[in-house]
Write a protein that binds this ligand. Structure first.
Ligand code: SF4
Length: 388
């Protein structure tokens, strides 16, 4: 069994290309902030259009707070990628508007090919998706035919089509534990930090692709240590896409939903949060009065490609939402509509269905990762979440 992650060479060359695959270009494409009166007008226009089109807004925790509020006010959802996928599949609405990044829109379409899936900006992508080109990934899989292929949700439909399982950060640990118990060796892609964390927690034999999330990859262990010393009573909440030096200091490691639950259920007065700062909007709403401190991305090695906020999530705005709902049919709508051609769609469906079926059969196992103890830090530090 290989006990250490095995990287493959890949260095995000596509992020240096022109267009929104470059982070600087993505930031340049973020719509300008609206004045309060404009925001209110645009929000109410979007609500009217959602109703008129019978559309549901499915938003991720990292997008603009107005979009999150609007989703909840109009019967939609704000969630992590697992819940977004389930909600879109199960809701009766024939039009889904996915406020997030492209792989989330693709997952909705893969699960519901009969539905129209729109996005406020089709160019909103993800460094993990960009860092795992299907042709290179296929060659990697072909070179290791003895391994079960497990991919993170943050991948293209073509990469999912090559996978045996899809996982999200909510259920990755439980699924890898399940595969390990069956004696399977795993090929994991694309997030190297999440893969390493799961390998450490489960002891599974995992061969890792070398991708990273530009948001979580920027959190700094040294600076987090200094921040913790300034706030000794604060609990440290970390998304497992973060580097090892950051995860090692966590009181709670989990998906966005699990970190949100840790704040809501926790009795500590303060929380240091190491994930995209878009989640603070919902944390403040659900846990008013608790102090939320952003984990540091500063330091000598800082690049601030994201500064704790994803540029592609930031491309989602009220302006794009109204535009996609006003686009009508045909060519105009094509600028906002997700298509996943066959046979890629049906091939990708297999690994998503496998995950959803596992989650349905093992709901307790999927809730468990938020409660995990991190070596060197306290166990069960969040009352109401349960023992670690
Ligand atoms: S926050 Fe990271 S993982 Fe999420 S969409 Fe942005 S780059 Fe991808």
């Amino acid at each position: 069994m290989s006990s250490t992650p095995t990287p493959v060479l890949y260095d995000f060359t596509r992020q240096d290309a022109s267009g929104s695959s470059c982070t600087a270009q993505a930031w340049a494409q973020v719509p300008p902030a609206l004045q309060p009166a404009e925001r209110a007008t645009m929000k109410s226009r979007a609500a009217e259009l959602l109703k008129a089109r019978g559309a549901m807004l499915v938003a991720h925790y990292y997008v603009d707070g107005d979009l999150q509020d609007l989703a909840l006010e109009t019967g939609g959802i704000v969630a992590d990628s697992l819940e977004m996928a389930r909600f879109g599949r199960d809701h009766a609405a024939q039009t889904l508007v996915v406020a997030g990044v492209r792989f989330m829109g693709e997952s909705a379409k893969i699960l519901s090919p009969e539905k129209t899936v729109l996005m406020p900006d089709l160019e909103a992508t993800c460094s993990l998706d960009l860092g795992c080109p299907p042709d290179q990934f296929t060659a990697f899989c072909d070179a290791h035919p003895d391994r079960t292929v497990v991919v993170y949700a943050n991948t293209s439909a073509a990469v999912k089509a090559r996978a045996d399982w899809m996982v999200t950060s909510s259920c990755a640990l439980a699924i890898v534990e399940h595969l390990k118990a069956q004696g399977q060796k795993i090929l994991w892609a694309p997030d190297r930090h999440l893969g390493r964390y799961i390998q450490e927690q489960t002891g599974a034999d995992m061969l890792l692709w070398n991708g990273a999330c530009i948001v979580h990859d920027e959190f700094k262990g040294l600076e987090l240590d200094l921040l913790r010393q300034q706030h000794p009573g604060a609990l440290v909440l970390v998304h497992p896409e973060s580097p090892q030096a950051v995860v090692a200091q966590a009181d709670v490691v989990g998906s966005t939903s699990q970190l949100l639950k840790a704040v809501v259920d926790g009795t500590a007065p303060a929380y240091i949060v190491a994930t995209d700062n878009g989640i603070l909007h919902r944390m403040r709403q659900l846990a008013p009065g608790k102090r939320l401190i952003e984990a540091p991305t500063a330091g000598n090695s800082a690049t601030c490609k994201s500064c704790a906020h994803c540029p592609w999530m930031a491309m989602n705005a009220l302006q794009g939402l109204v535009a996609c709902l006003e686009a009508g049919a045909g060519t105009a709508r094509g600028a906002y509509e997700i298509h996943v051609p066959e046979p890629v769609r049906s091939q990708a469906l297999g690994c998503i269905d496998r995950m959803l079926d596992f989650v349905r059969r093992n709901p307790a196992a999927v809730a468990q990762p938020a409660q995990r103890q991190v070596a060197g830090r306290g166990a069960g530090l969040v009352p109401g979440i349960g023992a670690a």
